[in-house]
Design a protein around this ligand. Sequence first.
Ligand SMILES: [Zn+2]
Ligand SMILES: [Zn+2]
Length: 335
Amino acid sequence: MQATVHPIRLMTPFPVGAVNVFLLREDPVTLVDVGPKTPESWEMLEHELREAGCRWRDIQYVVITHPHVDHYGLLPRVLEASGAKALAHPDALRRIRTPRLAAEEEMRYFQGFLVSAGVPEEIRGLIADHQRTLQDYVDGADEVGELAEGRRAELGGRIWSVVDTPGHSSGHLSLFHEKTGDLIAGDHLLPHISSNAVLEPPKEPGGERRRSLLVYMESLKRVAAMPVRTVYPGHGEVFTGAAELVESRLQGYERRCDQLLGWLREGPATVYDLVKRMFPRLSRDNWFLAVSEITGHLDVLEVRGQARIEERKGVWYYRADSSSGVARSAIRVAR
Ligand SMILES: [Zn+2]
Ligand SMILES: [Zn+2]
């Protein structure tokens, strides 16, 4: 067998479409990600493994790129069938071990956050329902080992470097093989869509919220500076040209920041006002991602001194900060 990265495409019930998991067929045989907990996804995975000449018992490691249900929902079932050892980033372990508890705690934080973001009660209810529904597609796994930055891991007949790539999610890791330039990237870099830097609560209760888009932009630049040749993404086709794609994503963020700043110059606005203006027709599943998207860009403007928050009756109003017209070129994050 060749030491190649073998993509397996599994259906998901989510708007993103199919998810890719990767089989590394040489010893120690490794599966990277497992798909959501649905009967279809399980059957497809079984079928594709069989086609690849791999039995469950051959799999020695399962690596999870990040704790989103489309990537790890089936984990306990795969571990039971294979007897494999699971590995994930330390920051991903809480969600992987106790997904429902973690989701409940996150929603508690976000209900307050969404009030401050100006999101009406009805939409807050839709968001909570959607987050709860996601839990139908996952079970927790108790035994998960840690894999973090700086580790060199022998998986599938190769030595891989573990690269921390937080931003789309905390606890997101990528695997990089220096000799070939192969990068198994999870959702860090997707060919057809710009990954959402999903809002997350503070790591510690009462702590400061992680500014997801800023974290994500730093991780993107990091990967662009690495000698990556082929990217194996969590969704879409395998592709090359990672650095160019990163550049175009960063330019996209700059354009969106400019657009939001232009709107703020017309007058103060809440996150919700800007969500409605940017995305006039949202389906019920997309509200939270849209709030993430807008908040992330407002974070960038705020950190650059181009916008500031004024709180009125518990609601945040963003204003363009006219005193800092030079901020963009001075603190430009894009390069
Ligand atoms: Zn994801
Ligand atoms: Zn995904």
